[in-house]
Design a protein around this ligand. Structure first.
Ligand code: KG4
Ligand code: ZN
Length: 337
């Protein structure tokens, strides 16, 4: 069977999500975001697992109902195996195993980072292989050469923080609620990106490092608050625009280097930070200037969602790469090619 109906479950971090895919076409993408973390300034793993446990049944049920599907019509159950928070992953894996066992259908395991990349195959325009993908999320920053649906190669990644973490931590320093990335983006739209400058701390090659800018930003706020305690309040838009421009430049520099080194000018972005308007604009300008062919996912497929797990699972099903019922989640799962 090459036209399966698959239920996919995503539970790696703080979104509980389910999606049904039929013959490679995503029918829906139900997402329950957890708001419990907002007041803590970051995801609290124990609370995330508990919220997944509370939401997973209704999220899966809603995906089935809105697709007009009965469970007995499902040909396979897919889940995110990793990377992610172990307790959160365990909820999705266990639920998927229970369903696969109960329905006597195969199980499909999906790597969350590969799924972010494959989100480009949910809708048109779909990139042609090989293409380069810059995956920028709350947990990862990677440059990936995508050879085909099942073969990917990481050619650069962060040595410390992820870019989404840099956005969120900077936002936290300004007392914005979690996750601060989208808020920085919103304020940046009203600000001057050249108002403030930050030290350029790039490392050589295709790897990234964001710990330097995080520390520089901390000192920048501390020093300016000494002379003007209301510094953030007064300059919020300009601070956000300048910081965002700096972070976007950091990843754009690496992307240009990757295109130069690989000779691949089909370029995609993926992951939560791919929703950032500054990054999208900068990529489009670069594409127009350098003749790149660029691909940017719809907003709902940038941040964590089960539709991307569903499309990844579809290609695994077609290749008959099923998982064993003994499979365990892997918090540090890597892209292995
Ligand atoms: O891919 P994702 O949903 O989860 C992970 O797999 O990590 O990414 C979440 C990250 C968070 O750090 C969030 O602040 C960031 O994506 N993010 C943004 C924007 N939308 C989401 N960062 C900057 N600008 C945005 N518009
Ligand atoms: Zn993600």
């Amino acid at each position: 069977m090459t036209q399966p109906i698959i239920l996919a479950i995503e539970s790696s971090c703080d979104e509980t999500s389910a999606s049904i895919i039929q013959a490679g076409k995503v029918l829906n993408n139900v997402i329950a975001s957890q708001t419990v973390h907002q007041k803590y300034g970051g995801v609290v793993p124990e609370l995330a697992s508990r919220a997944h446990q509370q939401q997973i049944y209704s999220v899966v049920n809603e995906a089935l109902t809105s697709a007009g599907m009965q469970v007995r019509q499902l040909n396979a159950i897919a889940f995110t195996r990793g990377p992610g928070l172990l307790g959160s992953l365990l909820v999705g894996v266990s639920f998927a195993k229970g369903m696969a066992l109960g329905l006597q259908v195969p199980l499909l395991e999906v790597n969350h980072m590969e799924a972010h990349v494959l989100a480009h195959f949910i809708d048109d325009p779909r990139p042609a292989f090989p293409f380069l993908c810059l995956t920028v999320s709350g947990g990862h920053t990677q440059l990936v050469v995508v050879h085909d649906y099942l073969t990917m190669e990481v050619i650069g990644e962060t040595r410390d923080d992820a870019i989404g973490e840099a956005f969120d931590k900077a936002a936290k320093m300004m007392d914005f609620p979690y996750p601060g990335g989208p808020l920085i983006d919103a304020y940046a739209k009203e600000g001057n990106p050249k108002a403030f400058s930050f030290p350029h701390t790039a490392i050589p090659g295709l790897d990234f490092s964001f710990s330097g800018i995080k520390t520089a930003f901390l000192y920048f706020l501390r020093d300016n608050k000494k002379t003007e305690p209301r510094f953030v309040e007064i300059n919020k838009n300009d601070i956000c625009a300048s910081l965002q421009a700096h972070l976007v430049n950091m990843v754009m520099e690496k992307l240009k280097l990757a295109v130069e080194q690989t000779g691949i000018n089909h370029v995609a972005i993926a992951g939560g930070v791919a929703a950032n308007s500054g990054l999208r604009k900068s990529l489009q300008i670069q594409a127009d200037q350098a003749g790149w062919n660029v691909f940017m996912p719809k907003f709902e497929y940038c941040t964590d969602n089960a539709a991307m797990i569903a499309i990844a699972a579809h290609y695994k099903f077609v290749a008959k790469r099923f998982a064993s019922l003994e499979v365990a989640p892997a918090a540090n799962l890597v892209i292995s090619g």
